[in-house]
Design a protein around this ligand. Structure first.
Ligand code: MN
Length: 301
């Protein structure tokens, strides 16, 4: 009897020792869950558009820079990374869920895609990523999903719609180009761009010129049909393109997400433009299919 009492005593003692720890842990978790539950009621009607972000391949994985993700979130979108795959059925399925697309920066584009042989100055190309990126652009534009192309993303949009690139600006551009590869961090502007009046970009930024960052040795050469130039650098290099008339496809040669990471609110407007267009796209996508009461082109049928 005495033995079992002391066993019970030890057990009680151990329980008392552990209880405060357990209790405080549960409290923290419960508070966290309660906060999420109370937020859910407020957030239920807030549905940020789903924005796919193209990835790059590094040591077998699909990765993207955090600045792209943060800029999409800051502009009011819900970002998802699209892994680098060449399976068209899988990419179609992923694209069917998206409301907007960001094509990110990266390697050189294989010039065979625009019927040119590679020059000596061509840098590393990734044939798998080229195919993946071109598939994304075609699948998205077929559905009229809004696209924002950044750096390589802008160049690939131009190639996808039938344009060409300078494989190497310093050796191929007819003018003496300004320095388009900066050593400063991406938050700092390196050279000036002049934004063309009466363009979508001009309406977005509300500026006629801006100092942007620059990390490219390739650039748009012949503009794709159905596009217009939205900005030039002072050496006449094309720095921004947009689909015209009135398609939600915008490409910029600089990295707006780099400026946004440094607190630049003007460059954030580029991402807000994408999110606004994605919101409109989703609203149209979710419209009910036309029913019996809709006007028919063939009233006798
Ligand atoms: Mn540049």
């Amino acid at each position: 009897m005495k033995n079992s009492l002391s066993t019970a005593g030890i057990f009680l003692f151990l329980l008392l020792l552990q209880a405060p720890g357990i209790r405080s842990q549960q409290t923290k978790l419960q508070t966290f869950h309660a906060r999420m539950d109370s937020c859910e009621a407020n957030l239920r009607n807030q549905r940020p558009p789903l924005i796919g972000i193209s990835a790059t391949q590094q040591s077998g994985g699909s990765t993207i820079g955090g600045a792209y993700v943060q800029a999409v979130v800051k502009a009011g979108g819900a970002p998802v990374i699209i892994p680098v795959i060449e399976d068209e059925a899988a990419l179609r399925q992923i694209l069917s869920t998206l409301d907007g697309l960001v094509m990110t920066g990266g390697e050189d584009v294989n010039p065979l895609w625009y019927n040119e042989e590679p020059v000596q100055q061509l840098q590393a190309v990734d044939p798998v990523r080229d195919t993946y990126d071109l598939m994304l652009i075609k699948l998205a534009s077929d559905r009229n999903i809004p696209i924002l192309g950044i750096c390589r993303g802008e160049q690939l949009i131009n190639v996808a719609f039938g344009g060409t690139l300078y494989q190497d600006l310093p050796s191929q551009h007819p003018n003496k180009p300004v320095k388009h590869v900066q050593q400063m961090p991406k938050t700092f502007g390196a050279h000036t761009i002049d934004i063309q009046p009466q363009t979508q970009l001009s309406a977005i930024l509300g500026q006629s010129s801006y100092a942007v960052n620059s990390f490219h040795h390739q650039a748009v050469k012949e503009l794709a049909p159905g596009f217009r130039v939205a900005a030039y650098s002072r050496d006449s290099v094309i720095e921004a393109i947009e689909a015209w008339p009135d398609r939600p496809i915008l490409g910029v040669q600089w990295h707006p997400e780099g400026h946004v990471a440094g607190g630049d609110t003007t460059m954030l407007r580029i991402f807000r433009f994408l999110i606004d267009k994605a919101d409109i796209y989703r609203s149209n996508k979710e419209l009910p299919p036309s029913g019996k009461n809709s006007l028919s082109l063939y009233p006798n049928f």
